[in-house]
Design a protein around this ligand. Structure first.
Ligand code: FAD
Length: 472
């Protein structure tokens, strides 16, 4: 009988369209699916209360799906560099497979695990499956990586896609392999200081992910091109499932492409952003936490703990900024347009280092992942790849609100103090007269904060700082 194959699960928590699982099952060997609870993740800088809960639910769902097929999820605690070779020896595995990672931390870890396995005479195989297109499969004509999205996407459109695999019907397990109980959110990093959110936008697991994706593909996707910037809703909200691999991005793209119309096309284009940032950090791991554009590495940032606190808690006096930050703290997710506005506000109105925003997002976002988060923060701070002049990403929060939440549905939902403020003043409540404040039961400075900065003034300050850094 063929020697066992181990499938090491990480953030690919599904049985459908999972190339590593597919290959292991197709080999005819007994298969050992394993998840290693790695203290570097559960206690490290990327630990997050909301994501711990999502992960715990996803692992439980994965275990159910594996059991339905005859196997189960083996759980081990410890550094994967110790866990995987030990398990391989225990079950006499010839191969350990996993889904290739593009993130700097993941790649370093995987190389350490590969060396340990190969040192013990065990094969290590990284299969595709995390992205629509393998991050190394797209390159410029000179063979160099892309740093601008438009040309990347055009090449990405033509790149080959691997076959999409159904879930295996049956998985031949290895008898006699012991594992620990499925981890709880607490085992995965949730603590009193790193709590969950009260109303998560999505629950973990492939069952949930698939149902959400089917609902999205069934009809709302048709309106994506017109509605994706609408703050009150209009996007798929599938990012947590894509982040954890509880749905396959390859499958999702293929399904969207089967549909006609501008909505599905625009949605597919958006999936390319995720592959773009994976591509960027696959080739530029040194960009993590460091400005891609060298000229902005000495940009002057402000040390402003009060401003940072007002931003984090949604108390800046700018309704759209506060709505976005409160949506994050309550649901573990923010609409993309609001992410851009709060990101611009932190870096260009408060002049606070984008790394503070990046860390705060990583703590709360269900879809938070270092590569996408870092790439997007650098993008909005105008210091990263895909360069556009800083003033093109210097958003006026008042105008953004008037444009993308014209009837105030989003802002009133997240900032209930403003419920009775008339539409025409909702984006600038500080302009209300005393009588208007009384009539709206919203006294500025008492019921809702006065704006902490003047955007027109801070815009000039930001412009001067970027100009100076860019010219030096
Ligand atoms: C400051 C900032 C930080 C961000 N941090 C993250 C993060 O940690 N993780 C994350 O997945 N996204 C991040 N994004 C990108 C984007 O905001 C989210 O992917 C999107 O809002 C998720 O909502 P959705 O699933 O409804 O997206 P949809 O509009 O339905 O798009 C479909 C999918 O395309 C991908 N996508 C869309 N826009 C982007 C983008 N700009 N970059 C990368 N992928 C994209 C996502 O996987 C998304 O689920 C960030 C954006 C900003 C401005």
């Amino acid at each position: 009988m063929a020697r066992a194959q181990i499938v090491w699960y990480r953030r690919d928590l599904r049985v459908r369209d999972h190339p590593a699982l597919h290959e292991a099952v197709a080999s005819g060997a007994p298969v050992v699916p394993v998840f290693a609870v790695d203290p570097a993740l559960t206690d490290g800088p990327a630990a997050s209360g909301p994501r711990a809960a999502f992960l715990a639910a996803s692992l439980a769902d994965l275990d159910d799906a594996l059991r339905e097929r005859g196997a189960r999820l083996i759980v081990r605690h410890g550094d994967p560099v110790d866990v995987l070779p030990a398990l391989a020896r225990e079950v006499d595995a010839a191969v350990v497979r996993w889904t290739a990672d593009a993130a700097p931390f993941g790649r370093r870890r995987d190389e350490r695990v590969r060396a340990a396995l190969e040192g013990a005479g065990i094969d290590a195989v990284a299969d595709p499956g995390q992205y629509v297109v393998d991050p190394t499969a797209v390159e410029t004509q000179n063979g160099t990586p892309y740093t601008v999205f438009g040309p990347f996407r055009r090449r990405w459109e033509d790149a080959g896609r691997g076959p999409i695999h159904d879930a295996p019907q049956r998985i031949d397990p290895t008898a006699d392999v012991g594992g620990e109980a499925l981890p709880t959110a607490k085992d995965l990093g949730q603590t009193k200081d790193r709590p969950d959110v009260s109303d998560p936008i999505a629950a973990g697991g492939e069952t949930e992910g698939l149902a959400a994706a089917r609902r999205w593909l069934d009809s709302p996707i048709a309106h994506y091109a017109d509605r994706h910037d609408r703050l009150a809703g209009g996007t798929s909200e599938l990012s947590p499932h894509l982040r954890w691999g509880t749905i396959s991005s390859r499958w999702l793209e293929a399904r969207a492409r089967r549909l006609s119309g501008e909505g599905p096309l625009a949605f597919v284009r958006q999936l390319a952003w995720r592959d773009f940032f994976a591509h960027v950090y696959r080739h530029h791991p040194e960009d993590r936490h460091r400005e891609h554009q060298a000229r902005y590495r000495d940009l002057a940032w402000e040390d402003d703990p009060e401003g940072l606190d007002a931003w984090q808690t949604g108390q800046t006096g700018f309704p759209l900024v506060d709505a976005g930050m409160r949506q994050l703290a309550t649901t573990g997710w923010i609409h993309n347009r609001a992410r851009m506005v709060v990101g611009s506000f932190l870096t260009k109105d408060l002049h606070v280092d984008w790394r503070h925003g990046e860390r705060h997002f990583l703590r709360w976002l269900l879809d938070g992942e270092p590569v996408q988060n870092d790439g997007n923060w650098q993008w909005i701070a105008s210091v990263g790849v895909d360069p556009k002049p800083y003033f093109q990403r210097l958003f006026n929060p008042t105008r953004q609100q008037q444009r993308f939440d014209p009837d105030g549905e989003y802002v009133r939902r997240w900032v209930p103090e403003l419920e009775r403020v008339p539409d025409k003043l909702l984006a600038e409540p500080w302009r209300m007269s005393d009588e208007q404040q009384q009539a709206a039961a919203c006294v500025i400075g008492k019921d809702y904060p006065d704006r902490i900065v003047d955007h027109a003034e801070q815009r000039e300050v930001a412009a001067a700082r970027y100009r100076e850094a860019g010219e030096s």
